[in-house]
Design a protein around this ligand. Sequence first.
Ligand SMILES: [Zn+2]
Length: 321
Amino acid sequence: MNWLAICGVFSLATPAIADSTSQEASAYQELVRQDARLATIGYRLALANAPFCNKLERSLGWVLHDERQYPNPVAARISLEFRAPISVSAVVPNGPAERGGIKSGDGLLGLNGTYWSWEGEPVRSKSAKRLEKVQNELHQVLASSNAIDLNLMTAAGSKMLQVEPIAVCASRFWVDTSSKLDAGADGENVRISEGLMAFAAKDEELAAAIAHELAHNLLNHRNRLSKIGRKRAHILATEIEADQLSVWLMTNAGYDPAAALRFAERYGRKTGLGIFSESTHLRWKNRVKTMRTEIDILNTASKVNGLSPPPLLPGGSLATR
Ligand SMILES: [Zn+2]
């Protein structure tokens, strides 16, 4: 999801409207492509590690977007498929939505027999509000049901499809349109900047960045830090834990954990004295050392049902659940 940061990035008032629209159209397409990439990798990590997560949620394995979230709706309609104002921008391969027959471009009209009406809304009302309302309703329904009926506008007309969500580690993933190399985790969301996504062009390296942020959420670092205080030593300890857990999360999801070492080195060399080099963050050589040690531990640890139970996660074992 990207509505938080997209506004204001693109200018509407340029003399060469055609050029500007086509530029915006390709920027939107790229954003949707990166959204799909983040959703796919995030889903894979959150699904594979579900047996070890305390906090689970039901996922449909899709990304929704609202035509209003794009500053230039004309460019959005030219370049992206919207069969309704709120549509599916991507489905995760082999996820519940795809298995239920949903395709990207399908419009979401309502759920469980009810339909949303957007008529009469002020044209310039914030897109985030409308999409947030839909996301919240979905969230509530998914929290209490094993199946959901979705009313959709598909290429073949309006249709009701039943989809069975799947339990994954709780975390939302969204692309921040910043060109900086930046990422963050606030306990519920994993945010990755477009700049970082472009830098991590290989999916395995992007998986390393996502796994690190997801680890912060799974370890409840934000709350823990607000309780014990954000002292440098405390922040550093959470950074080490996130690096340690990330290689387990990656391995369970079928990614090569050595990609985390390559990513930390490339990122460290590129950013030099950037945030990860401040005293609260390990310098990249230490990060690589920490993760290499963790990979050695992982390689000698016994597997349960083909997975490696991460020692840092509560329970830490399939057998205890
Ligand atoms: Zn971190």
